[in-house]
Design a protein around this ligand. Structure first.
Ligand SMILES: Nc1ncnc2c1ncn2[C@@H]1O[C@H](COP(=O)(O)OP(=O)(O)OP(=O)(O)O)[C@@H](O)[C@H]1O
Ligand SMILES: [Mg+2]
Length: 505
């Protein structure tokens, strides 16, 4: 054989299927990943990406199809088996043991033993230090895992994978909860692993990340393989049409809305060390964008306005009525809805049906004589879930088994069903695929057109500039600019997000 013959790929899946009862999660998944490459896996919410990953990880067993690692057929029935075979999967939210040290987490279950019986701690710590320096990151191996950022926890999972000499690393939406700097560090680590000859699979809904990191990209749709492209031979628009199988309408379909009376009025809101002297007004029909860098205090302001967090001074009123501080119930009663950033943790009753989740907040209004039946929940939830294209076969499906993006849509549906006057939405489209993104934007725009006041926090500048009537910029806990739609250029927003206002007073 000549040496130009390609080596067997590290991972090769062909026509893999997986069903859960009546739900076909994966119809025909195929993926071929070579050593020394970073392979992006993309597709709309519910396309089957995570299910495919779970087959590779040994969480699920495939129903049919072939699965080869390094040219040999495998069939894992546990995650331990996949680890043994050199597969490491890094999830969006790693599950370290908080009470154990960083080092103990890395060597969990296979601590090197000093001669005789004792665990050789110094050797473990030294090895952990060596791994971190090889990855170019600084984490104290002796500290407990509790309190580490998600970014650091992922790095520890990666260090663990390398110490096990994993040949395949799979990262399922690793960047969803990371800041810009943390994403850069993760990418640097990923590239160095690729350069060592390992194979990486990277799942993301962000095209900028896919184009920055991957050399190859595979698109999935409705549980099936669609196509694979070299990154330099494709474009975002080609990938979008492969993903959705149709042309996507313009993002940010802003419809002009009549702007009415002030709905939300915030005066002098201050929380020491977090945000200072925040004045803001959102009028009926208006979308106000709250822009700024990660850590500028945007989510903190939103949480204080809604009352999930307290504040030191200032006032919040809704349609002229004062809202008690730190009392989200009274905020909800007054007509506020708040869709938080971390929807999986804060917004969803995971072990409950879609209908129950959507109807949860409006329980009181749909209950007749204190009784709620499943069919009443379905009636209340149906229209909203349908509007957001929550892809579930039935509304009584358990939210825990839904894809990540679909879980987020359920949370949005749940709040819209309360018929609020003000909607505060933090990162409305994070983790949501392109097709649905346009849908969410259209929906927000329509709701504003019907008179809803919307305060929208977003780290995606095009989203803020495309959707907002007015943009407020926060920098280090202070408002540094208020820009009308016409004046809100990327430069103006970025300038205000990174520089304090030169006050004239
Ligand atoms: N354990 C399960 N039981 C029932 N249905 C499931 C289960 N796991 C996944 N599904 C369904 O399979 C489909 C594919 O889900 P999957 O999580 O693989 O999508 P995904 O491509 O990762 O989406 P996202 O981008 O939103 O994370 C979804 O419709 C989901 O509801
Ligand atoms: Mg997923």
């Amino acid at each position: 054989m000549s040496d130009t013959t390609a080596a067997a790929p590290v991972l090769e899946l062909r026509d893999v299927s997986k069903s859960f009862g009546p739900v076909v999660a994966l119809r025909s998944g195929s993926l071929r990943v070579d050593a020394g490459s970073i392979h992006a896996l993309i597709g709309e919410n519910g396309a089957g990406k995570s299910t495919l990953v779970k087959v590779v990880a040994g969480v699920h067993r495939r129903d049919s199809g072939t699965f080869d690692l390094g040219g040999e057929s495998v069939d894992f029935s546990s995650t331990a088996e996949s680890k043994q075979a050199g597969v490491a999967v890094i999830y969006q939210e790693p599950t370290l043991f908080p009470d154990l040290s960083v080092t103990e987490n890395i060597f969990m279950g296979r601590q090197p033993l000093a001669r005789g019986r004792r665990i050789d701690r110094p050797a473990m710590t030294a090895e952990a230090e060596r791994l971190f320096s090889r990855l170019g990151v600084r984490i104290d191996p002796r500290r407990p895992a509790a309190g580490l950022s998600i970014a650091d926890q992922q790095i520890i999972e990666i260090a663990k994978a390398i110490s096990l000499d994993a040949r395949l690393l799979v990262m399922d939406e690793p960047t969803a909860a990371l800041s810009g700097v943390e994403v850069d560090r993760l990418f640097a680590v990923a590239r160095s692993l690729r350069d060592e000859g390992r194979a990486l699979v990277f799942i993301s809904h962000r095209f900028d990340e896919v184009f920055a990191l991957a050399d190859t990209v595979t698109v999935m749709r409705d549980g099936s393989y669609i196509d694979t492209r070299r990154i330099e031979e494709t474009s975002p628009s080609e990938l979008v049409s492969l993903m959705v199988g149709r042309d996507v309408d313009d993002l940010f379909p802003k419809v002009p809305a009549e702007i009415g009376a002030p709905v939300l009025e915030v005066r002098g809101l201050t929380k020491a060390g977090v945000f200072h002297d925040i004045d803001l007004v959102v009028r009926a029909g208006e979308i106000v964008g709250l822009a700024g860098l990660v850590g500028a205090g945007r989510s903190e302001v939103a949480r204080a306005v809604f009352g999930v967090d307290s504040y030191d001074s200032g006032s919040v009123s809704l349609s002229g009525r004062d809202i008690k501080a730190h009392d989200p119930r009274s905020a909800i009663r007054a007509g506020m809805a708040f869709i938080p950033e971390d929807r999986r943790k804060q917004g969803l009753v995971i072990d409950s049906s879609v209908s129950r989740n959507v109807a949860g907040v409006i329980r009181r209004s749909i209950a007749k004589a204190g009784l709620i039946t499943a069919s009443m929940e379905n009636r209340a939830a149906g229209p909203w879930a349908g509007r957001l294209e929550v892809k579930t076969n039935a509304l009584d499906m358990n939210a825990a088994t839904m894809s990540g993006g679909n879980q987020q849509k359920v949370v949005i549906a749940k709040w819209l069903a309360t018929d609020p006057q003000l909607l505060i939405i933090d990162e409305p489209t994070r983790g949501i695929d392109v097709g649905t993104k346009a849908e969410v934007h259209r929906l927000l725009s329509e709701l504003a057109g019907q008179g809803l006041a919307i305060l929208m926090i977003s780290s995606e500048l095009p989203e803020v500039l495309g959707m907002a009537d007015r943009v407020l910029v926060l920098c280090e806990g202070r408002l540094t600019a208020e820009l009308d739609r016409a004046d809100a250029t990327p430069e103006a927003v970025m300038h205000a997000a990174t520089h304090h206002l030169e006050t004239t007073a």
